[in-house]
Ligand binder design. Structure first.
Ligand code: ADP
Ligand code: SF4
Ligand code: MG
Length: 320
């Protein structure tokens, strides 16, 4: 049995939109609508879905930057929650331009009174080496680095406090293809050396496929399919997973920058559908789809596999 790091239990998040004169919201954006998930120690869990499906909101919940409107987040650590850090998509905007790199890197691990500057610099130098940055470059400022190097700085900063879990929110989306591969390789080796758990969030199916042990497919603030990467990719039991994967090239091709946001528009999240959330885009809809669907365990060999669709039986789809 693998060790569980954290459990999300029916997590909901909604954001108030245009308020009336009393300050009461007239409408809500329903960003997360019942996310259930267990993350295992040492795994890379890929979270994939179109722009607007709630990936960043989920990251914010994991970092305790966003309080769920409903539901529970439980860290399976005896002494409170484990250390969780984040690496953002755009290292340009997530690194303070006024600070030299050694300060940026050591900021999260800075403990008042305890850390003399020399010790912090030495810590920064060790981290720089781990992420492939020249130690003599640490006195420079973020704008003096390339995009790939800035992402290395962001990764070093995430590592500084020896985290258990790192949330990677679109970590390579802002980078050139050749640099993407280098950053992915770095993330792999750091995971091995530090026994890290990654929650890898991306709209890029290729990156997710390349890096993840398991995949969670998200649609309109819910997980619609969850399982081992190979199983989910081969079986594509949820019609949305099919749609998503049909939009990207076949297995074995090198990492292209495929963007699933290119497929037809995600419906609004102001008013949630009555029945299955995917109903109005689904090519396989049938009687029973007007009911809300729950994430259900499906028979799938030895590994756990969950699908939110009563028509999860693959064969049935071919005759529609
Ligand atoms: N602070 C906010 N205020 C209002 N709506 C928000 C806020 N943050 C996110 N949303 C909405 O929540 C939904 C999910 O957004 P997000 O989590 O950023 O999705 P993703 O990262 O998958 O693109 C979107 O409809 C977005 O507009
Ligand atoms: S429940 Fe029906 S509408 Fe929803 S994904 Fe399954 S087949 Fe499509
Ligand atoms: Mg996002």
């Amino acid at each position: 049995m693998s060790d569980t790091v954290l459990t999300l239990d029916n997590i909901h998040v909604r954001f108030p939109l245009n308020r009336n004169w009393r300050g009461h919201p007239r409408a809500w954006a329903h960003a997360l609508n019942g996310v259930d998930l267990t993350v295992r120690r040492g795994e890379t869990l890929g979270v994939v879905g179109e722009s607007g499906c709630g990936k960043t909101t989920l990251a914010q919940v994991l970092l305790s930057l966003q309080q769920p409107t409903q539901g529970q987040l439980r860290w399976s650590q005896k002494n409170g929650r484990p250390n969780v850090q984040i690496v953002f998509q755009d290292p340009q905007s997530s690194l303070d331009p006024r600070l030299p790199v050694w300060k940026i890197i050591t900021e999260p691990s800075y403990v008042k009174g305890q850390s003399a500057e020399a010790a912090m610099r030495a810590h920064a130098a060790r981290l720089a080496e781990q992420v492939g940055l020249a130690p003599q470059s640490l006195k420079r400022y973020p704008h003096e680095f390339s995009g790939g190097q800035r992402q290395r700085i962001a990764i070093a900063r995430a590592l500084a406090s020896s985290p258990d879990v790192i949330v990677l929110d679109e970590p390579t989306s802002a980078l050139d293809i050749s640099v993407q591969a280098q950053i992915i390789n770095l993330l792999f080796s750091l995971q091995r050396d530090h026994q890290l758990t990654y929650i890898l969030i991306s709209h890029n199916v290729s990156v997710i496929r390349h890096m993840s042990n398991r995949i969670a497919v998200m649609y309109l603030g819910q997980i619609v399919e969850l399982g081992e990467t190979a199983t989910v990719l081969a079986q594509r039991r949820h019609p949305y997973t099919r749609m998503l994967l049909d939009a990207v090239p076949v297995l074995g091709t090198p990492l292209p920058d495929t963007d699933v946001a290119a497929i037809p528009e995600l419906p609004g999240n102001r008013v949630l559908p009555q029945g299955c959330f995917f109903l109005d885009r689904c090519a396989y809809r049938k009687q029973g789809c007007e009911q809300r669907q729950s994430l259900t365990s499906v028979p799938s060999g030895t590994s756990a596999h969950y699908v939110r669709c009563h028509r999860f039986d693959h064969d049935e789809f071919d005759g529609k």
